[in-house]
Write a protein that binds this ligand. Sequence first.
Ligand code: PLP
Length: 424
Amino acid sequence: MDMSRDKWSQFGRQMGGETGIMRLMNDLGRAMAGQDRMLMLGGGNPAQIPAVQAVWRRRMGEILADGDAYDRLLANYDTPKGEPRFIEAFTAFLNRQFGLGVRPENVAITNGGQFAFFCLLNLLAGRSAGDAPRRILFPMMPEYIGYAGQSLTPDTYRGAPPRIEFRDAHRFKYRIDFDRLEVGNDIAAICLSRPTNPTGNVVTDDELARLHTLAQAHGIPLLIDNAYGLPFPGIVFADARLTWPAGSVLVFSLSKLGLPGTRTGIVVAPEPIIEALVAMNSVISLANGNVGQALVRPLLEDDDILRLSRTAIRPFYEAKAQQALAWVGEFFNDGLDYHVHCCEGALFLWLWFRGLPISDVELYERLKRRGVLVVPGSYFFFGTGDAGPQQHECIRVNYTQSEATVREGLVIIAEEVERAYRGT
Ligand code: PLP
């Protein structure tokens, strides 16, 4: 039997081949399984926060103690739309706390935010009925690597380079470059993560409002990925509000609440989009995982999810981020042309080594040989023409591991970067 790749379908070659996200997940998996001794500053795994873990243990105990609730949970398929009581609780929570005006008809559950985006991006973009290509615009690259391989149609992504705002000698922030942002007739949706993975940027409320105005002017949805954002896990250190601009799509996830193993995503969108998602979900997944929904529902009903996010999750990550930034300042030679993106949320530091004589991928390989796993920045610049030399001069560093791991990792990164600049 000939199983060579060139016999595979277009779908098989694309989705079954090596992608950035697959390489990342494999490196992550190997490091977590302890096959290599690695300082794991690569993936997006949330930290284990004792106060948060205690809540999920307590909830599991409550489910186990609640008659046959546990047996029913495991023995029954969820519906492709999601558990009705969870959707009720989530809808009421959003309306009570944020006045979003969401109805249960506007909500669907998916097996993770990642799967929600696979469905949404392919629902909106690709070949339209008239065969014209419809595309996704990422208004500020770099963006989440996980979107990169998801489109089933080639040449579907457009990414706009950012405007760079220098804050001080070693600090900068990307801004949406509205002067150069073009929304052509081929654009089917605008999509961004907030906070942004990989940079830790939080697109401001004003920038978001301007994007929404643009989307409305073109009659297309704005997709906002809140995987790290509001209202939970709330890993946001800058001022930001949660809104549901008319016609837009919000995607939430339980993963960064410490529940990535439950694979639970939540989508809020206009009804036709939700109906399509539910249909796609039933064809591709049949049903959703229900454990995450069962664990979290009571915390939505009594708003405790907000308390947990604000008093346990955000402060934990903010302290870690501040510590990591302080170490960068300490370990990196001040004379180097290095720049760190303002860390306004998410789990990452985005480091830019301007004029670095080696590529980001070469730096990644050198760091891996020294037992430090990061992610090369160029993976996050998909869908762009030329974003300039910085496309090959950045790395993403996860700052959430133990103090010893992050500290040692940053010491080694600083050494390798200095060697690279010196050409030794
Ligand atoms: N969106 C962003 C920006 C992410 O970083 C991730 C995962 O790290 C996801 C979506 C997908 O999350 P999940 O599928 O675990 O809900």
